[in-house]
Design a protein around this ligand. Structure first.
Ligand SMILES: NC(=O)c1ccc[n+]([C@@H]2O[C@H](COP(=O)([O-])OP(=O)(O)OC[C@H]3O[C@@H](n4cnc5c(N)ncnc54)[C@H](OP(=O)(O)O)[C@@H]3O)[C@@H](O)[C@H]2O)c1
Length: 400
């Protein structure tokens, strides 16, 4: 076996998900059976100060020689970086990802990709113009669990899909937890609300099952009808959004298919952390595939066939393992000792694409990311939700 190739990452921002992603990134890929690539972190940048970036590098256990920058502008000039991971609030993705692309850097950008489809298209155009890799970091798509679900669908086990129901909601008690309205979950200046933060996962399940499993030439954009309830305290972020989608499909592939994607930061998919009820139901005439919550990091599937067959599967998150003293998690929640968070699979794909010279992710191409942004635009249009112009604009650079 040849030695793994090393891919050098730069991390743009030092918040919650940057911490989780980078901690996962530095786990030896051999622990998940990946032997062709190794990741290293060569730099991180904080918009607030270099010492903050230095502390971040220390906290995630980056190599001692990794550089700490006090601005994103300095980071993108570093000639030793192969890919930059953008982990700012989604309001900032367009400006930050464009900064990277303009500087000739490949980009893996957190979800939601941008604030709107026009920004997503502009990033795609720039990446193509500069022949750079660009991918939306929808980590769930790269889970073995997701690959399995898509394979089951493509094998025709439950017949042609006719309907998908997908929910990703959390009872976040926003008045209590985000009292001053400044938190990115509810702050209009940071493109707050359920849709872009949580609803993206409901739409991910709809798209990766109903859209992505179709041959590329057969994929057609859905029609969208939506209801959006605005969050009272900040007036310009959605607290609950409900989206009905109708996908045109050739008759020989099953004809029109429907989906309902729901999201809320007022009620929970899994109240009290009870994960007993499937939050994703993928339905065909011969049965259904169920995925249990949370939609973004599921670990359990069930297939129920019309003949009574039931198949349950549990999916593990590999990592350094028990007894390693190593932990990861997100938002104050710790996973079991030695258990990875699952963000390394998308990193493996981005690094592999980089090494192979591919310019897009394998399980969600840029065209699909743009179509999903178009759906979210349409939901916001029907629901009357517009964010401040400075974060909706495609003008680059714009000071945020
Ligand atoms: N894939 C997932 O599971 C997952 C989970 C959570 C969040 N996310 C996505 O990741 C992104 C970041 O979320 P997060 O939870 O990491 O947020 P966070 O903890 O608030 O961190 C965001 C970071 O962005 C930087 N930043 C730059 N300008 C900022 C501004 N005006 N306001 C706030 N932060 C600013 C800050 O880092 P510096 O000061 O170092 O520049 C900050 O620490 C969002 O797009 C979110 O949707 C993904």
């Amino acid at each position: 076996m040849s030695a793994p190739k090393v891919v050098r990452w730069g991390i743009l921002a030092t918040g919650g998900i940057a911490q989780t992603f980078t901690t996962d990134l530095l786990v030896d890929p051999a622990t998940r059976g990946v032997h062709h690539v190794k990741h290293t972190v060569v730099a991180a940048a904080s918009s607030s100060s270099a010492p903050r970036a230095q502390q971040f590098l220390k906290d995630v256990g980056a190599p001692a020689e990794a550089k700490a920058y006090g601005s994103y502008e300095e980071l993108v000039k570093d000639p030793n970086i192969d890919i930059i991971y953008v982990a700012t609030p989604h309001s900032h993705h367009y400006q930050n990802a464009m900064l990277c692309l303009e500087a000739g850097k490949n980009v893996l950008c957190e979800k939601a990709f941008t604030v709107n489809a026009a920004q997503a298209r502009a990033l795609v155009d720039k990446a193509r113009e500069k022949n750079l890799f660009l991918m939306e970091a929808v980590w769930t798509r790269y889970f073995p669990l997701s690959i399995y679900v898509r394979e089951q669908i493509k094998s025709g086990r439950i017949g042609p899909l006719h309907r998908v129901l997908a929910d990703n909601s959390m009872a976040l008690n926003p008045e209590e937890n985000f009292k001053d309205g400044k938190h990115r979950m509810v702050n209009p200046d940071l493109a707050g609300g359920a849709l872009l933060d949580l609803g993206i996962y409901s739409l991910t399940w709809v798209f990766q099952t109903l859209y992505h499993t179709q041959p590329e030439t057969a994929r057609q954009k859905p029609k969208v009808v939506a209801a959006l309830k605005s969050y009272g305290a900040t007036k310009a972020a959605d607290e609950t959004s409900t989206v009905v989608l109708s996908f045109p499909r050739p008759e020989e592939l099953g004809g029109e298919a429907h989906a309902v994607a729901t999201t809320s930061l007022r009620v929970a998919t899994a109240p009290g952390g009870n994960h007993d009820t499937a939050s994703i139901r993928i339905q065909g005439p011969k049965g259904e595939i169920q995925v249990f919550p949370p939609a973004f990091r599921p670990s359990r599937t069930r297939i129920i066939l019309a003949d009574g067959t039931v198949e349950e599967k549990n999916w593990e998150f590999p990592g350094p393992g028990k007894g390693s003293g190593w932990y990861n998690g997100f938002g104050g929640q710790k996973n079991a000792e030695g258990e990875g968070h699952g963000m390394f699979w998308e990193a493996d794909e981005a690094a592999t694409a980089f090494l192979e010279g591919r310019k897009e992710g394998k399980y969600e191409g840029l065209e699909e990311s743009v179509v999903i942004m178009e759906v979210m635009d349409e939901v916001r249009r029907q629901g009357g939700l517009q964010y401040p112009e400075k974060i909706e604009t495609t003008k680059f650079p714009t000071q945020l």
